[in-house]
Design a protein around this ligand. Structure first.
Ligand SMILES: NC(=O)C1=CN([C@@H]2O[C@H](COP(=O)(O)OP(=O)(O)OC[C@H]3O[C@@H](n4cnc5c(N)ncnc54)[C@H](OP(=O)(O)O)[C@@H]3O)[C@@H](O)[C@H]2O)[C@@H](O)CC1
Ligand SMILES: Nc1ncnc2c1ncn2[C@@H]1O[C@H](COP(=O)(O)OP(=O)(O)O)[C@@H](O)[C@H]1O
Ligand SMILES: [K+]
Length: 549
């Protein structure tokens, strides 16, 4: 599934209209219809038991009326999606803005009325100020005799409705809602009524997910044609409720041709777009050498657990072998803790810290391994930027950089380092990303997708920007947004687990984008599994995520 910006959406709209010759009013009709269908589905779902039974009876009657001899094949079906047995119990207020989003709402109102639902149009601005297709919809609604009020001129009591359709502002909204728009949004939010948003919640930045003050808090958002980026990024993702993306006649192929490079990370995208074998089939004649060898440079005396977590996660994700390179001082405390793990002491300080002099030994170890993962529990040490530079420039395999190794990178001018033959994957959380990009954490969170895409392209790295809805951005300019995972994963060490997983997939031969995307996806699924196994998600610890793999 594609993710688009408001600008890309406008371009796709106009290409459909100009290249395919489909009139704008037809797209708006389709939009109105799918919005009405979703409202009807919602009414059906939340209808009382009596209503549901009535609906069933009615549907049975309307859906399939076998005519004549029951043995005959001839049947007639009604439009189930636009049928609601409990319609008489519903009254919806349609909040109408001045632009095309308002036009969508007006079209939806007509379909709802046809179903038997009472609708009242609530214009945020005088109806005369509507233009283009929205004006055509206004006239059609008036011709059908739909009752209408104008906000600020006529009496309005939102307590009198059973639900609200928010068709005030869509992708053309700019800045915080003003005047009547702001007042209607605030009133809708405090009404306690169920709210369905057309395309995006009014007051949401469609690209970044920032919510202006005020912003609609919807139960359902019927997103038209393509998923808008802002609906996936918090806090917008929280304001949108259940997002239902519905087709309105804009061909998906247009997005591909127009160079839309952002995707929702689904099993279909992993399989069909990224070529990942989701079943992770293993060759019947495979052996541990077939599945690759991870070299992990991690851990200090005080943070040896980070190394253990990353190493165990790598093993559980299916690579053949893992060698954990660590300061000598750690050996007595970790020997035997994970029996499957190989340990390589590389010197280090008396206190069990890393030292710059360990670089040649690490490079030597890397010659026999397929990937280097560096960072979990690493700490900082004198000469660490030169140390990381020698790994970057001197090793001949993919490199996964996490935690303190990201902080080292943030202190380096690594764009001037020699180009690598193999890929580099960075896995920052928002705080680490802020240091890398020289921003505040709030600035990072403002538009995670946009920032990740720009950074990955500019620095020639695969970037995994962690947090709810992790973004994977590639050096070629693509991005994938993950939705697996769980708030219970906000626990120390969960990121170390991810580093181990991505490294393991790289060792097994997946390329950087595959390994980063599939690793993030599986990590989230394991987090969900761990949440199911524990009765309370707050009880999840990082080791549970590994056990759920
Ligand atoms: N063929 C198509 O194009 C299709 C489009 N589709 C639909 O159109 C939507 C986009 O429509 P759009 O571009 O007309 O913009 P829209 O979101 O309705 O709002 C713009 C109006 O709001 C106003 N306004 C803006 N900011 C404001 C603020 N902060 N506070 C107050 N007012 C503000 C601004 O007025 P102005 O300030 O310029 O006077 C302007 O008139 C899209 O989301 C989808 O639903 C679908 O039907 C598919 C086919
Ligand atoms: N609310 C959430 N929803 C989904 N995933 C989350 C959420 N909070 C945290 N995570 C995931 O948990 C991991 C935490 O990583 P990180 O902050 O690096 O932890 P640590 O440094 O302790 O290992 C990341 O993969 C992140 O995406
Ligand atoms: K809206």
């Amino acid at each position: 599934m594609y993710l688009v910006t408001a600008e890309q959406m406008r371009q796709l709209d106009s290409e459909t209209i100009q290249q395919l010759g489909i009139p704008a009013i037809a797209l708006m009709e389709n939009a109105g219809r799918v919005i009405a269908e979703e409202i009807i589905a919602l009414c059906r779902e939340r209808g009382g038991a009596g209503c549901r039974n009535a609906a069933k009876g009615n549907d049975a009657g309307l859906k399939e009326a076998a005519l004549g001899d029951p043995g005959k094949a001839f049947k007639v079906s009604a439009d189930h999606a636009l049928t609601l047995a409990s319609a008489a119990a519903e009254r919806w207020f349609i909040l109408v803005g001045k632009g095309n989003n308002g036009g969508d709402g007006l079209a939806a109102a007509r379909y709802l009325r046809e179903t038997g639902i009472a609708v009242t149009l609530v214009y945020a601005v005088p109806p005369e100020s509507l233009s283009g297709e929205a004006a055509l919809q206004r006239d059609a609604a008036a011709a059908m005799g739909l009752p209408a009020v104008v906000y600020g001129r006529d009496r309005l009591d939102l307590a009198e409705c059973s639900g609200i359709l928010d068709a005030l502002l869509g992708t053309g909204g700019a800045g915080a809602p003003r005047g009547a728009y702001a007042e209607l949004i605030a009133a809708a939010n405090s009404s306690g009524k169920v709210i369905v948003s057309a395309d995006i919640p009014s007051g949401l930045n469609a690209d970044t997910g920032e919510t202006h003050e005020p912003c609609i808090h919807a139960s359902v958002t019927v997103c038209l044609a393509f998923l808008k980026r802002g609906l996936l990024q918090y806090p917008g993702a929280g304001a949108a409720g259940h997002v239902k993306v519905r087709a309105i006649g804009i061909p998906t192929a247009l997005a591909l041709n127009s160079g839309v490079q952002t995707h929702l990370l689904t099993p279909e995208v992993l399989h069909a777009h990224l070529g990942v074998d989701l079943a992770r089939r293993r060759s019947p004649e495979g052996h541990k050498g077939t599945y690759g060898h991870v070299l992990l440079a991690a851990g200090t005396l005080r943070m040896s657990g980070a190394g253990l977590l990353a190493a165990r996660a790598a093993l559980r994700t299916g690579c053949g072998l893992v060698t954990w390179a660590l300061p000598k001082k750690l050996l007595p405390s970790v020997i035997g803790v994970v029996p499957e793990l190989m340990l390589a002491d590389v010197g280090g300080s008396e206190e069990g810290n890393w030292e710059a002099e360990t670089a040649p030994e690490l490079l030597k170890l890397s010659e026999e391994r397929d990937v280097i993962a560096v960072g979990p529990g690493l700490g900082r040490f004198p000469g660490d930027t030169d140390w990381l530079r020698s790994l970057w420039e001197g090793s001949d395999c993919p490199l996964v950089i996490d935690a303190d190794a990201l902080n080292i990178l943030a202190d380096s001018d690594y764009k001037s380092w020699a180009r690598r033959r193999h890929s580099v994957i960075l896995t920052p959380h928002p705080g680490e990303m802020a240091r890398l990009a020289n921003l505040t954490t709030a600035e990072v969170q403002r538009d995670r997708i946009g920032l990740a895409m720009d950074y990955a392209k500019e620095h020639g790295v695969t970037l995994v920007l962690k947090g709810a809805h992790t973004v994977i951005a590639t050096p070629e300019g693509q991005a994938y947004v993950n939705t697996t995972g769980h708030p219970g994963m906000g626990t120390g060490g969960a990121g170390d687990v991810l580093t181990g997983m991505i490294s393991s997939l790289l060792a097994q031969g997946l390329h950087a984008t595959q390994a980063a995307a599939f690793g993030v996806y599986l990590h989230g699924l394991a987090g969900e599994g761990a949440a199911r196994q524990r009765n309370n998600p707050a009880a999840i610890i990082a080791g549970d995520i590994i056990e759920a793999l």
